[in-house]
Design a protein. Structure first.
Length: 427
Protein backbone atom coordinates (compact mmCIF):
# COMPACT_ATOMS: atom_id res chain seq x y z
CA UNK A 1 0.00 0.00 0.00
CA UNK A 2 1.41 3.39 -0.99
CA UNK A 3 2.06 6.07 1.60
CA UNK A 4 -0.45 8.42 -0.06
CA UNK A 5 -3.21 5.79 -0.04
CA UNK A 6 -2.45 4.93 3.58
CA UNK A 7 -2.62 8.61 4.46
CA UNK A 8 -6.00 8.95 2.73
CA UNK A 9 -7.40 5.89 4.48
CA UNK A 10 -6.11 7.23 7.78
CA UNK A 11 -7.81 10.57 7.16
CA UNK A 12 -11.09 8.81 6.38
CA UNK A 13 -10.79 6.64 9.50
CA UNK A 14 -10.34 9.73 11.68
CA UNK A 15 -13.82 10.90 10.65
CA UNK A 16 -15.44 7.82 12.16
CA UNK A 17 -13.36 6.93 15.21
CA UNK A 18 -14.92 7.52 18.61
CA UNK A 19 -14.32 10.99 20.05
CA UNK A 20 -11.56 11.26 22.62
CA UNK A 21 -13.38 13.53 25.07
CA UNK A 22 -15.32 11.70 27.78
CA UNK A 23 -18.41 13.93 27.48
CA UNK A 24 -18.53 13.33 23.73
CA UNK A 25 -18.37 9.57 24.25
CA UNK A 26 -21.16 9.75 26.80
CA UNK A 27 -23.36 11.57 24.31
CA UNK A 28 -22.55 8.97 21.64
CA UNK A 29 -23.61 6.20 24.02
CA UNK A 30 -26.79 8.07 24.90
CA UNK A 31 -27.69 8.54 21.22
CA UNK A 32 -26.99 4.88 20.40
CA UNK A 33 -29.35 3.69 23.13
CA UNK A 34 -32.06 6.29 22.65
CA UNK A 35 -32.36 6.12 18.86
CA UNK A 36 -32.21 2.31 18.77
CA UNK A 37 -35.40 2.28 20.82
CA UNK A 38 -36.93 4.98 18.63
CA UNK A 39 -36.20 2.94 15.51
CA UNK A 40 -37.96 -0.07 17.02
CA UNK A 41 -40.98 1.95 18.04
CA UNK A 42 -41.33 3.91 14.79
CA UNK A 43 -41.47 0.61 12.92
CA UNK A 44 -43.82 -1.35 15.17
CA UNK A 45 -45.22 0.96 17.85
CA UNK A 46 -48.19 2.34 15.95
CA UNK A 47 -49.15 -1.18 14.88
CA UNK A 48 -49.23 -2.11 18.57
CA UNK A 49 -51.86 0.57 19.13
CA UNK A 50 -53.98 -0.45 16.14
CA UNK A 51 -53.53 -4.22 15.79
CA UNK A 52 -53.06 -5.13 19.46
CA UNK A 53 -54.88 -2.50 21.55
CA UNK A 54 -57.59 -1.91 18.95
CA UNK A 55 -57.49 1.84 18.24
CA UNK A 56 -58.31 2.97 14.71
CA UNK A 57 -55.62 4.63 12.63
CA UNK A 58 -57.60 7.89 12.68
CA UNK A 59 -57.77 7.83 16.50
CA UNK A 60 -54.02 7.31 16.79
CA UNK A 61 -53.33 10.04 14.23
CA UNK A 62 -55.63 12.48 16.02
CA UNK A 63 -54.03 11.80 19.40
CA UNK A 64 -50.52 12.30 18.05
CA UNK A 65 -51.47 15.49 16.19
CA UNK A 66 -53.22 17.06 19.20
CA UNK A 67 -50.35 16.05 21.48
CA UNK A 68 -47.76 17.56 19.16
CA UNK A 69 -49.60 20.89 19.01
CA UNK A 70 -50.25 21.03 22.76
CA UNK A 71 -46.60 20.28 23.52
CA UNK A 72 -45.16 22.97 21.21
CA UNK A 73 -44.69 25.65 23.93
CA UNK A 74 -42.70 23.17 26.03
CA UNK A 75 -39.68 23.73 23.78
CA UNK A 76 -39.22 27.31 24.97
CA UNK A 77 -40.42 26.75 28.54
CA UNK A 78 -38.06 23.83 29.16
CA UNK A 79 -35.21 25.57 27.36
CA UNK A 80 -35.62 28.65 29.53
CA UNK A 81 -35.75 26.48 32.65
CA UNK A 82 -32.46 24.84 31.64
CA UNK A 83 -30.82 28.28 31.48
CA UNK A 84 -31.59 28.66 35.18
CA UNK A 85 -30.94 25.12 36.44
CA UNK A 86 -28.51 23.55 33.95
CA UNK A 87 -29.41 21.09 31.17
CA UNK A 88 -28.09 17.71 32.36
CA UNK A 89 -30.41 16.83 35.24
CA UNK A 90 -33.40 18.28 33.43
CA UNK A 91 -32.59 16.14 30.39
CA UNK A 92 -32.39 13.05 32.60
CA UNK A 93 -35.76 13.89 34.12
CA UNK A 94 -37.41 14.28 30.72
CA UNK A 95 -35.99 10.95 29.54
CA UNK A 96 -37.58 9.34 32.60
CA UNK A 97 -40.87 11.05 31.73
CA UNK A 98 -40.66 9.62 28.20
CA UNK A 99 -39.96 6.18 29.63
CA UNK A 100 -42.98 6.37 31.95
CA UNK A 101 -45.18 7.53 29.07
CA UNK A 102 -44.00 4.57 26.99
CA UNK A 103 -44.75 2.20 29.87
CA UNK A 104 -48.18 3.81 30.10
CA UNK A 105 -48.98 2.59 26.60
CA UNK A 106 -48.97 -0.97 27.94
CA UNK A 107 -51.99 -0.08 30.09
CA UNK A 108 -53.85 2.33 27.76
CA UNK A 109 -57.26 1.07 26.62
CA UNK A 110 -59.40 4.18 26.01
CA UNK A 111 -58.93 7.19 23.75
CA UNK A 112 -58.86 9.84 26.52
CA UNK A 113 -56.01 8.00 28.25
CA UNK A 114 -54.22 7.57 24.92
CA UNK A 115 -54.47 11.34 24.42
CA UNK A 116 -53.12 12.09 27.92
CA UNK A 117 -50.26 9.65 27.45
CA UNK A 118 -49.44 11.11 24.02
CA UNK A 119 -49.33 14.66 25.42
CA UNK A 120 -46.94 13.64 28.22
CA UNK A 121 -44.73 11.82 25.71
CA UNK A 122 -44.75 14.77 23.30
CA UNK A 123 -43.67 17.19 26.04
CA UNK A 124 -40.82 14.84 26.87
CA UNK A 125 -39.80 14.43 23.24
CA UNK A 126 -39.83 18.13 22.40
CA UNK A 127 -38.15 19.17 25.62
CA UNK A 128 -35.48 16.49 25.16
CA UNK A 129 -34.77 17.73 21.64
CA UNK A 130 -34.10 21.22 22.98
CA UNK A 131 -31.87 20.04 25.83
CA UNK A 132 -29.94 17.70 23.54
CA UNK A 133 -28.99 20.71 21.42
CA UNK A 134 -27.88 22.63 24.53
CA UNK A 135 -25.83 19.69 25.81
CA UNK A 136 -24.10 19.24 22.44
CA UNK A 137 -23.25 22.94 22.42
CA UNK A 138 -21.89 22.91 25.99
CA UNK A 139 -19.98 19.65 25.56
CA UNK A 140 -18.77 20.34 22.02
CA UNK A 141 -17.48 23.87 22.51
CA UNK A 142 -15.62 24.98 19.40
CA UNK A 143 -16.07 21.50 17.86
CA UNK A 144 -19.82 21.40 18.42
CA UNK A 145 -20.72 21.09 14.73
CA UNK A 146 -18.41 18.12 14.29
CA UNK A 147 -19.85 16.52 17.43
CA UNK A 148 -23.41 17.17 16.24
CA UNK A 149 -22.57 15.69 12.84
CA UNK A 150 -21.03 12.62 14.43
CA UNK A 151 -24.09 12.15 16.64
CA UNK A 152 -26.41 12.51 13.66
CA UNK A 153 -24.51 9.80 11.77
CA UNK A 154 -24.64 7.54 14.83
CA UNK A 155 -28.35 8.29 15.24
CA UNK A 156 -29.15 7.22 11.69
CA UNK A 157 -27.17 4.01 12.01
CA UNK A 158 -28.68 3.09 15.38
CA UNK A 159 -32.21 3.92 14.26
CA UNK A 160 -31.78 1.71 11.18
CA UNK A 161 -30.70 -1.16 13.42
CA UNK A 162 -33.67 -0.55 15.70
CA UNK A 163 -36.00 -0.50 12.71
CA UNK A 164 -34.69 -3.89 11.64
CA UNK A 165 -35.50 -5.31 15.08
CA UNK A 166 -38.91 -3.65 15.00
CA UNK A 167 -39.46 -5.26 11.61
CA UNK A 168 -39.20 -8.68 13.26
CA UNK A 169 -42.11 -7.76 15.53
CA UNK A 170 -44.11 -6.61 12.52
CA UNK A 171 -43.42 -9.91 10.80
CA UNK A 172 -44.50 -11.90 13.90
CA UNK A 173 -47.61 -9.70 14.15
CA UNK A 174 -48.53 -10.79 17.67
CA UNK A 175 -49.43 -8.89 20.83
CA UNK A 176 -46.43 -10.36 22.62
CA UNK A 177 -44.06 -9.12 19.90
CA UNK A 178 -45.55 -5.62 19.77
CA UNK A 179 -45.67 -5.32 23.57
CA UNK A 180 -42.02 -6.38 23.74
CA UNK A 181 -41.11 -3.47 21.45
CA UNK A 182 -42.99 -1.04 23.70
CA UNK A 183 -41.36 -2.33 26.89
CA UNK A 184 -37.84 -2.48 25.44
CA UNK A 185 -38.23 1.05 24.08
CA UNK A 186 -39.37 2.21 27.54
CA UNK A 187 -36.28 0.63 29.07
CA UNK A 188 -33.99 2.46 26.64
CA UNK A 189 -35.18 5.81 28.00
CA UNK A 190 -34.19 4.88 31.56
CA UNK A 191 -30.84 3.44 30.45
CA UNK A 192 -30.14 6.53 28.33
CA UNK A 193 -30.95 8.75 31.32
CA UNK A 194 -28.57 6.75 33.49
CA UNK A 195 -25.71 7.25 31.01
CA UNK A 196 -26.07 11.03 31.34
CA UNK A 197 -24.96 10.98 34.97
CA UNK A 198 -21.41 10.78 33.60
CA UNK A 199 -21.78 14.19 31.93
CA UNK A 200 -20.60 17.34 33.74
CA UNK A 201 -23.39 19.36 35.37
CA UNK A 202 -22.82 22.38 33.07
CA UNK A 203 -23.84 25.15 35.45
CA UNK A 204 -25.99 28.01 34.09
CA UNK A 205 -24.18 30.91 32.39
CA UNK A 206 -24.89 34.20 34.25
CA UNK A 207 -26.81 36.80 32.26
CA UNK A 208 -25.19 40.21 31.67
CA UNK A 209 -26.26 42.83 34.19
CA UNK A 210 -27.80 44.93 31.41
CA UNK A 211 -29.99 42.05 30.16
CA UNK A 212 -33.44 42.88 31.50
CA UNK A 213 -35.85 41.18 29.09
CA UNK A 214 -37.66 38.25 30.70
CA UNK A 215 -38.00 36.40 27.37
CA UNK A 216 -35.30 37.92 25.16
CA UNK A 217 -35.79 35.52 22.25
CA UNK A 218 -39.26 36.93 21.56
CA UNK A 219 -37.72 40.39 21.12
CA UNK A 220 -34.93 39.13 18.88
CA UNK A 221 -36.58 39.64 15.50
CA UNK A 222 -33.57 38.63 13.38
CA UNK A 223 -33.15 35.35 15.25
CA UNK A 224 -36.86 34.67 14.89
CA UNK A 225 -36.47 35.23 11.12
CA UNK A 226 -33.63 32.69 10.99
CA UNK A 227 -35.80 30.29 12.99
CA UNK A 228 -38.69 30.71 10.54
CA UNK A 229 -36.45 30.17 7.51
CA UNK A 230 -34.94 27.05 9.02
CA UNK A 231 -38.44 25.79 9.85
CA UNK A 232 -39.44 26.29 6.22
CA UNK A 233 -36.41 24.35 5.01
CA UNK A 234 -37.20 21.62 7.56
CA UNK A 235 -40.03 20.59 5.22
CA UNK A 236 -37.35 18.86 3.15
CA UNK A 237 -37.15 16.02 5.69
CA UNK A 238 -40.76 15.08 4.99
CA UNK A 239 -40.03 14.73 1.28
CA UNK A 240 -38.41 11.40 2.20
CA UNK A 241 -40.93 10.26 4.81
CA UNK A 242 -44.23 11.60 3.40
CA UNK A 243 -44.11 12.89 -0.17
CA UNK A 244 -41.94 10.29 -1.91
CA UNK A 245 -43.62 7.16 -0.49
CA UNK A 246 -47.01 8.42 -1.70
CA UNK A 247 -45.60 9.73 -4.98
CA UNK A 248 -43.69 6.56 -5.85
CA UNK A 249 -46.56 4.20 -5.02
CA UNK A 250 -49.38 6.23 -6.58
CA UNK A 251 -47.94 8.41 -9.36
CA UNK A 252 -44.92 6.64 -10.86
CA UNK A 253 -44.28 3.37 -12.69
CA UNK A 254 -41.32 2.62 -10.41
CA UNK A 255 -41.58 -0.61 -8.39
CA UNK A 256 -42.83 -0.08 -4.84
CA UNK A 257 -39.59 -1.40 -3.43
CA UNK A 258 -38.17 2.00 -4.42
CA UNK A 259 -39.92 3.42 -1.33
CA UNK A 260 -37.49 1.43 0.80
CA UNK A 261 -34.59 1.91 -1.61
CA UNK A 262 -34.57 5.72 -1.37
CA UNK A 263 -34.75 5.49 2.43
CA UNK A 264 -31.77 3.12 2.49
CA UNK A 265 -29.76 5.41 0.19
CA UNK A 266 -30.50 8.38 2.44
CA UNK A 267 -29.59 6.52 5.64
CA UNK A 268 -26.31 5.14 4.26
CA UNK A 269 -25.19 8.51 2.90
CA UNK A 270 -25.98 10.32 6.16
CA UNK A 271 -24.00 7.75 8.14
CA UNK A 272 -21.03 7.94 5.77
CA UNK A 273 -20.83 11.66 5.04
CA UNK A 274 -22.52 13.79 7.74
CA UNK A 275 -19.28 14.20 9.68
CA UNK A 276 -17.24 15.10 6.58
CA UNK A 277 -19.82 17.60 5.34
CA UNK A 278 -20.38 19.07 8.80
CA UNK A 279 -16.71 19.91 9.33
CA UNK A 280 -17.01 22.56 6.60
CA UNK A 281 -19.70 24.45 8.55
CA UNK A 282 -17.95 26.32 11.34
CA UNK A 283 -19.54 29.77 11.62
CA UNK A 284 -22.37 31.99 10.40
CA UNK A 285 -20.69 32.61 7.03
CA UNK A 286 -20.22 28.95 6.15
CA UNK A 287 -23.67 28.14 7.57
CA UNK A 288 -25.40 30.66 5.33
CA UNK A 289 -23.40 29.38 2.36
CA UNK A 290 -24.50 25.82 3.14
CA UNK A 291 -28.14 26.92 3.46
CA UNK A 292 -27.97 28.59 0.04
CA UNK A 293 -26.43 25.51 -1.52
CA UNK A 294 -29.04 23.29 0.10
CA UNK A 295 -31.82 25.49 -1.24
CA UNK A 296 -30.54 25.13 -4.81
CA UNK A 297 -30.17 21.36 -4.37
CA UNK A 298 -33.75 21.00 -3.11
CA UNK A 299 -35.08 23.05 -6.02
CA UNK A 300 -33.36 20.71 -8.48
CA UNK A 301 -34.40 17.49 -6.72
CA UNK A 302 -38.03 18.52 -6.29
CA UNK A 303 -38.27 19.36 -9.99
CA UNK A 304 -36.64 16.03 -10.88
CA UNK A 305 -38.96 14.05 -8.61
CA UNK A 306 -41.91 15.60 -10.44
CA UNK A 307 -40.53 14.34 -13.76
CA UNK A 308 -40.42 10.71 -12.59
CA UNK A 309 -44.20 10.48 -12.96
CA UNK A 310 -43.90 10.23 -16.74
CA UNK A 311 -40.94 7.84 -17.03
CA UNK A 312 -40.62 4.10 -17.52
CA UNK A 313 -40.07 1.91 -14.42
CA UNK A 314 -36.32 1.66 -15.10
CA UNK A 315 -35.65 5.34 -15.74
CA UNK A 316 -37.98 6.44 -12.94
CA UNK A 317 -36.01 4.23 -10.54
CA UNK A 318 -32.65 5.52 -11.78
CA UNK A 319 -33.73 9.15 -11.45
CA UNK A 320 -35.26 8.58 -8.01
CA UNK A 321 -32.06 7.04 -6.64
CA UNK A 322 -29.84 9.67 -8.25
CA UNK A 323 -31.92 12.56 -7.01
CA UNK A 324 -32.20 11.06 -3.52
CA UNK A 325 -28.40 10.99 -3.39
CA UNK A 326 -28.33 14.68 -4.35
CA UNK A 327 -31.21 15.49 -2.00
CA UNK A 328 -29.28 13.89 0.87
CA UNK A 329 -26.33 16.18 0.16
CA UNK A 330 -28.67 19.12 0.64
CA UNK A 331 -29.94 17.52 3.83
CA UNK A 332 -26.39 17.18 5.16
CA UNK A 333 -25.68 20.86 4.47
CA UNK A 334 -28.97 21.96 6.01
CA UNK A 335 -28.53 19.83 9.16
CA UNK A 336 -25.07 21.24 9.86
CA UNK A 337 -25.99 24.82 8.96
CA UNK A 338 -29.19 24.93 10.99
CA UNK A 339 -27.46 23.61 14.09
CA UNK A 340 -24.57 26.07 13.85
CA UNK A 341 -26.80 29.10 13.18
CA UNK A 342 -29.00 28.26 16.17
CA UNK A 343 -25.98 28.23 18.50
CA UNK A 344 -23.86 30.90 16.86
CA UNK A 345 -26.64 33.51 16.99
CA UNK A 346 -27.78 32.82 20.56
CA UNK A 347 -26.33 34.54 23.65
CA UNK A 348 -24.53 32.12 25.95
CA UNK A 349 -26.68 32.90 28.98
CA UNK A 350 -29.90 32.08 27.08
CA UNK A 351 -28.85 29.09 24.97
CA UNK A 352 -31.69 26.95 26.33
CA UNK A 353 -34.37 29.53 25.57
CA UNK A 354 -33.01 30.20 22.08
CA UNK A 355 -32.59 26.50 21.28
CA UNK A 356 -36.12 25.99 22.55
CA UNK A 357 -37.47 28.58 20.12
CA UNK A 358 -35.42 27.10 17.27
CA UNK A 359 -36.76 23.65 18.16
CA UNK A 360 -40.27 25.15 18.32
CA UNK A 361 -39.92 26.16 14.67
CA UNK A 362 -38.76 22.66 13.70
CA UNK A 363 -41.57 20.99 15.64
CA UNK A 364 -44.18 23.30 14.11
CA UNK A 365 -42.89 22.58 10.61
CA UNK A 366 -42.92 18.84 11.21
CA UNK A 367 -46.49 19.10 12.52
CA UNK A 368 -47.83 20.71 9.35
CA UNK A 369 -45.53 18.88 6.92
CA UNK A 370 -47.63 15.72 6.32
CA UNK A 371 -50.73 17.65 5.32
CA UNK A 372 -48.87 20.36 3.42
CA UNK A 373 -46.65 18.01 1.42
CA UNK A 374 -49.57 15.72 0.62
CA UNK A 375 -51.39 18.76 -0.76
CA UNK A 376 -48.42 20.05 -2.77
CA UNK A 377 -46.79 16.84 -4.00
CA UNK A 378 -49.83 14.62 -4.44
CA UNK A 379 -53.00 16.71 -4.84
CA UNK A 380 -51.32 19.54 -6.80
CA UNK A 381 -48.76 17.40 -8.60
CA UNK A 382 -46.68 17.96 -10.58
CA UNK A 383 -46.85 21.76 -10.17
CA UNK A 384 -46.83 21.41 -6.38
CA UNK A 385 -43.37 19.83 -6.52
CA UNK A 386 -42.05 22.96 -8.25
CA UNK A 387 -43.72 25.18 -5.65
CA UNK A 388 -42.15 23.18 -2.84
CA UNK A 389 -38.74 23.46 -4.49
CA UNK A 390 -39.20 27.22 -4.85
CA UNK A 391 -40.10 27.56 -1.15
CA UNK A 392 -37.01 25.60 -0.12
CA UNK A 393 -34.81 27.67 -2.44
CA UNK A 394 -36.28 30.89 -1.04
CA UNK A 395 -35.50 29.83 2.52
CA UNK A 396 -31.89 29.15 1.53
CA UNK A 397 -31.46 32.46 -0.30
CA UNK A 398 -32.91 34.51 2.56
CA UNK A 399 -30.68 32.82 5.14
CA UNK A 400 -27.76 35.19 4.44
CA UNK A 401 -29.57 38.52 5.00
CA UNK A 402 -31.39 37.06 8.01
CA UNK A 403 -28.12 35.86 9.55
CA UNK A 404 -26.46 39.23 8.85
CA UNK A 405 -29.33 41.03 10.58
CA UNK A 406 -29.03 38.71 13.58
CA UNK A 407 -25.28 39.30 13.80
CA UNK A 408 -25.78 43.07 13.51
CA UNK A 409 -28.30 42.88 16.34
CA UNK A 410 -25.77 41.00 18.47
CA UNK A 411 -23.11 43.56 17.59
CA UNK A 412 -25.24 46.31 19.09
CA UNK A 413 -25.96 44.19 22.16
CA UNK A 414 -22.29 43.23 22.41
CA UNK A 415 -21.22 46.88 22.37
CA UNK A 416 -23.67 47.63 25.17
CA UNK A 417 -22.74 44.60 27.27
CA UNK A 418 -19.04 44.51 26.31
CA UNK A 419 -19.07 40.93 24.99
CA UNK A 420 -17.43 39.62 21.78
CA UNK A 421 -19.60 39.17 18.69
CA UNK A 422 -19.26 37.39 15.38
CA UNK A 423 -18.43 38.73 11.95
CA UNK A 424 -21.03 39.17 9.25
CA UNK A 425 -21.93 36.87 6.41
CA UNK A 426 -21.01 37.39 2.77
CA UNK A 427 -23.98 37.95 0.51
Amino acid sequence: MSDSLAARLGAVARHYRLPEERAHRVLVGFILINTFGQGMYLTAGLLYLTRSVGFSASEVGLALTVAGVVALPSNVVIGKLSDRTGPRNLAMLLLAVEGLAMLGLAAVRTFPWLLVDAVVAAIGVQGSRTLRAVLVSRAGGSSRVRLRSYLRAVSNLSMALGSAVGGVAVQLDSRAAYLTVVLVNAATFFVAAATMIRLPRYEPVPAPAAATARTPVLRDGPFMAVTALNALMTLQYSVLTVALPLWISEHTEAPRIMVSAVLIVNTVLVVLFQVRVGQGVVDARSSARAMRAAGFVFMVTCAAFALTGGLSPLWASVLLLTMMSLHTLGELWHAAAGFELAHHLAPEHAQGEYQGMFSFGISAAMAVAPGLLTLLCIDWAPQGWYLLGALLLLSGLLATPAANAAIASRTVAGAEHEVPVAKGVEA
